[in-house]
Design a binder for this molecule. Structure first.
Ligand code: DX5
Ligand code: ZN
Length: 218
């Protein structure tokens, strides 16, 4: 099943609650929440208080993407404030197995992600230990960047590594997803689609419906 995860990084924070209600009503099941610490990535976004505050307003699945150095320090807090899936960067953690165990101990779904320059093969030790693998399709840190074309090969390579092992793990893509390329990333093997600018620039509900229409499997 294909799942849309609108990224609130591109939302209008002045009317965040309304924007979330709009995308939920239009049919988006997940909400993508980008946490940046100004260390692992140059920018700083938002953290636990924002997540806690929107948690009470919606029952959408909170798909929390940690762009944070040494993420094990914060897993319990993100679990407590309402994350449902916690995704961390392979490059950010000295011991990825320990982070995975910590997320599991909090009874949350586990995601692992790699930056554009990191090879898919580096994920091999973790393939059967996670619920979702996020292939970053832009350099993490900012919304509104163009999709990196080399990502299609990475998605295809990851899907075959999973198939070879009999795993049907979710593959998420994040960055530069548009009405023009969403079908192509799905055909390459992705099934969880993050979109920030494409959803929140203009009519968030209309954009959500259009993406969902393009994502329908046939
Ligand atoms: C980038 C973030 C993305 C971002 C995507 O570091 O991880 O989730 O919101 O934004 P768009 O869809 O505008 O590229
Ligand atoms: Zn993200």
């Amino acid at each position: 099943m294909n799942i849309l995860s609108p990224s609130i990084l591109a939302a209008d924070f002045n009317i965040l609650g309304q924007q979330i209600a709009d995308v939920q009503k239009a049919g988006a099941p997940y909400l993508h929440v980008d946490v940046m610490d100004g260390m692992f990535v140059p920018s700083i976004s938002f953290g636990m208080p924002v997540i806690k505050s929107i948690r009470s307003a919606t029952d959408m699945v909170f798909d929390v993407h940690l762009m944070v150095q040494d993420p094990i320090r914060y897993i319990d807090e993100f679990a407590d404030c309402g994350a449902d899936i916690i995704t961390f960067h392979l490059e950010s953690a000295p011991d990825c197995f320990a982070v995975i165990d910590r997320i599991r101990a909090c009874h949350k779904k586990v995601g692992i992600t790699i930056k554009p320059a990191t090879k898919v093969e580096e994920l091999i030790p973790y393939l059967d230990k996670v619920d979702m693998i996020l292939i970053m399709t832009v350099e993490p840190g900012f919304g509104g960047q163009p999709f990196i074309e080399a990502s299609y090969d990475k998605i295809r390579a990851l899907r075959s590594l999973l198939n070879e092992r009999g795993l049907d793990t979710d593959i998420e893509v994040d960055g530069g997803i548009t009405f023009d390329n969403v079908r192509k990333v799905i055909e390459a093997g992705a099934n969880v689609i993050v979109a920030g600018s494409t959803v929140f620039r203009g009519d968030a509900a209309g954009n959500t419906r259009e993406l969902l229409r393009l994502m329908e499997s046939n």
